[in-house]
Ligand binder design. Structure first.
Ligand SMILES: Cc1cc2nc3c(=O)[nH]c(=O)nc-3n(C[C@H](O)[C@H](O)[C@H](O)COP(=O)(O)OP(=O)(O)OC[C@H]3O[C@@H](n4cnc5c(N)ncnc54)[C@H](O)[C@@H]3O)c2cc1C
Length: 380
């Protein structure tokens, strides 16, 4: 297939991925070498937005059942990559326990099967900076894992490029027009003739849909701030990540001292979010009421946007109305921990095609069915 249009000679692709965060890059790596793929990213560098701003924690007990299943599959896939290609990829994932603390009722409400319930003494033995009398109960996830987001993103980018994926940065999608069953797309100075477009645009996913004449799914970005702080007395690097069961803060050891967050989820428009005055100070006041962290300074603070639909589940699948428009969005606070499994599911569906999915000749897992955009469509 060759295409000419107002961009001169368009790039003909089977799949055009819009968005160079963890969602778009992990899918690009998954599709590499299996069909003709291009990825376009609006910013001058990949993973500039939320994917550069996470806590890099993969917690199997976190989130609703489909997210937990995707997390388990992602952890297994990362372990396999690391075992096969450790010298090339570096350390992608390593054990890093996760602990919830709070009142008995809060911990009972927030902890999931698979977490180990701890009394105050056991919790303080693992995290000695926790204050006696400041919490009643704790629960521990021993399967939780830390990832190196930079190494993981670089691994996906390398795999994608090696498999022939054309990666264009500084290329915001600005125009889209239907051509037959596919799309003619303008992104930066490039033109693409794409059989399928994947919406991996993070906080901008609904805006991108509108550009394609596709109805929004009600994806809402929510602010979350975090900071690296220096400490007078460093934490033992084996200290679990500790989170308030009422969702008001978390901290965990880091090479610089500690990573802290107020765990806020405040609705925002899609933008390059930044911390507000007082965000970190308020967080530290809350954490200090429970833990003796002697903070000597703020090394770095940032805000990212976690984007979710109303039901809090990611969105994966062909749009119910618009042929060749595929959603890979709404990952909320689970974008890294679900990434490899979501990329695998998305690649399977894209390669099978919408018709095979509709005819039922391509098997779709129960988990993937729970993520189908049809559930959110006002047109259903
Ligand atoms: C403080 C914080 C802590 C977090 N901690 C964790 C954690 O511990 N574990 C975890 O799993 N997740 C965590 N998350 C969530 C995780 O970071 C996100 O789910 C994930 O990064 C979302 O990835 P994405 O690729 O969908 O979005 P993004 O990384 O935002 O990528 C979307 C990209 O699309 C591009 N784009 C948008 N519109 C266009 C257009 N028109 N043309 C071209 N490109 C476009 C944007 O520029 C952007 O680069 C955290 C998030 C925050 C903010």
């Amino acid at each position: 297939m060759t295409g000419t249009n107002s961009y001169g000679s368009a790039n003909d692709v089977d799949v055009l991925i819009v968005g160079g965060g963890i969602a778009g890059l992990s899918l690009a790596a998954e599709l590499a070498g299996r069909c003709r793929v291009a990825l376009v990213e609006a910013e001058p560098s990949l993973a500039y937005h939320t994917s550069a701003r996470s806590a890099q924690q993969l917690i199997p007990s976190y989130g609703p059942a489909p997210v937990q299943e995707l997390t388990r599959r992602t952890l297994a896939r990362l372990a396999a990559v690391q075992e096969e290609a450790h010298d090339a990829v570096g350390r992608l994932a390593w054990p890093s326990r996760f602990m919830l603390v709070g009142t008995e009722a809060e911990v009972a409400e927030e902890s999931h099967a698979g977490m180990q319930r701890l009394d105050v003494g056991q919790a303080r033995a693992l995290v000695p900076v926790l204050r006696e009398g400041a919490f009643e109960a704790a629960a521990l996830d021993t399967d939780s894992v830390r990832t190196d987001a930079t190494a993981l993103l670089a691994h996906h980018e390398r795999t994608a490029r090696a498999g022939g994926v054309a990666v264009h940065v500084g290329s915001p999608v600005h125009t889209a027009q239907r051509v037959g069953e596919g799309w003619l797309v303008g992104a930066g100075a490039e033109g693409f003739h794409a059989a399928n477009v994947v919406n991996a645009a993070g906080a901008w996913a609904d805006d991108l849909a509108v550009l394609f004449g596709v109805e929004r799914l009600g994806l809402q970005p929510y602010r979350r701030t975090a900071a690296l702080v220096s400490l007078a007395r460093p934490l033992d690097p084996d200290t679990p990540m500790v989170a308030a069961a009422d969702g008001t803060w978390y901290f965990r050891p880091d090479a610089a001292g500690a990573l802290v967050s107020p765990s806020e989820a405040e609705p925002s428009r899609a933008e390059d979010a930044v911390p507000r005055p007082g965000d970190i100070e308020r967080t530290l006041t809350l954490i200090r009421s429970v833990a003796d962290l002697e903070v000597t300074g703020v090394v770095k603070a940032w805000t990212g946007l976690r984007t979710s639909p109303k039901d809090g589940l990611p969105v994966l699948g062909f749009d119910p109305e618009a042929p060749g428009f595929f959603w890979l969005a709404g990952q909320g606070g689970y974008g890294f921990q679900t990434s490899s499994a979501m990329a695998e599911e998305a690649a399977g569906q894209l390669l099978a095609g919408r018709d095979a999915l509709r005819a039922g000749t391509h098997p779709v897992s129960e988990t993937a069915r729970a993520l189908d955009p049809h559930r959110l469509s006002v047109r259903q």
